[in-house]
Design a protein around this ligand. Structure first.
Ligand code: G1P
Length: 293
């Protein structure tokens, strides 16, 4: 019987040091792009892919994430009293009623592999998605994870979202080598975490989107510390592909690395140009502004 992806894991325990000082007191996943926090874009992408259980692997100083998805009685009461019905509806619609949230604590920051493993008791024996909210992906329609779920439904195998990057930047990513099986789809031959450009097998980088079979948990348990002294998801995937097929998928859409200042700024410009409330004024402003740089 074919399996369905119904759960998504969001590893959100990271300290966000690349975005300091903004992230000194605020979870980096709560930084807004135009008017929505990064974590909400990630959850909306999962919902659009048909996922109904959101598993957040959190850490210290991340209370704002559960608060964001929780009901806010005081705020709702105030909005109701002052007749702000549109805002009230927007707040209430943040999470559709069929979606549930589960929070797990990652006590120590031991790496992405370790964070994903913290979700094992909730994921159980099912395929699941992993979404890193730092990587914001805009595809103008169904969403990156939906594209991946469609492929999963055909292949019933693990899938990694990938993108070609500047060969000088391989040291920032998991890098794969694959043999193409269809346009944009490849079967993994190797994967390595953050190789220097001189030794990278390609410039095809894993971005923050994965669908994994539950066999990954055993592999993580047997993965020692890798690059940066951390338990790397990449190393567990390298072990997984010895036993089962793992595919790479070049998604349609644009990715913004919101963990970097430049990527975060680009995301705000691009999402600003898409936002129904401000796009026209913002486009006019930009047109005038570029002529005066
Ligand atoms: C993680 C993964 C890496 C992947 C990247 C995508 O690295 O370990 O393989 O390419 O996410 O954003 P991080 O950016 O957390 O160091």
């Amino acid at each position: 019987m074919s399996k369905k992806v119904t759960k998504a894991v969001f590893p959100v325990a990271g300290l966000g040091t690349r975005s300091l000082p903004a992230t000194k007191a605020v979870a980096k996943e709560m930084l807004p792009v135009v008017d929505k926090p990064l974590i909400q874009y990630a959850v909306e992408e999962a919902i659009a892919a048909g996922i109904d259980t959101m598993i957040f692997v959190t850490g210290r100083n991340k209370d704002s994430i559960p608060n964001h998805f929780d009901k806010s009685y005081e705020l709702e009461k105030e909005l109701e009293k002052s007749g702000k019905t549109e805002l009230l509806k927007m707040l209430r619609d943040l999470l559709p009623p069929h979606v549930s949230c589960v929070f797990v604590r990652q006590a120590e920051a031991l790496g992405l592999g370790h964070a994903v493993h913290c979700a094992k008791p909730i994921v159980g024996d099912e395929p699941f998605a992993v979404i890193l909210p730092d990587d914001l992906i805009e595809d103008g329609q169904r969403g990156c994870m939906k594209q991946m779920v469609d492929l999963f439904n055909r292949e019933q195998s693990s899938i990694l979202g990938v993108e070609r990057v500047d060969p000088k930047e391989t040291h920032k990513y998991g890098i794969v080598e694959h043999s193409e099986t269809a346009p944009g789809v490849g079967r993994l031959k190797s994967i390595v975490e953050k190789p220097k450009p001189e030794v990278a097998p390609s410039n095809i980088a894993v971005v923050g989107r994965y669908i994994l079979t539950p066999a990954i948990f055993d592999k993580i348990e047997n993965t020692g510390r890798g690059a940066g002294g951390e338990i790397q998801l990449t190393d567990a995937i390298a072990a997984l592909m010895q036993d089962e097929a793992v595919f790479s998928y070049e998604f349609a859409g644009n990715r913004y690395d919101c963990g970097s200042k430049f990527g975060f700024l680009l995301a705000n410009v691009e999402y600003g140009l898409l936002h129904p409330e401000i796009k026209d004024d913002f486009a006019d402003y930009l047109k005038n502004r570029v002529n005066n740089i």
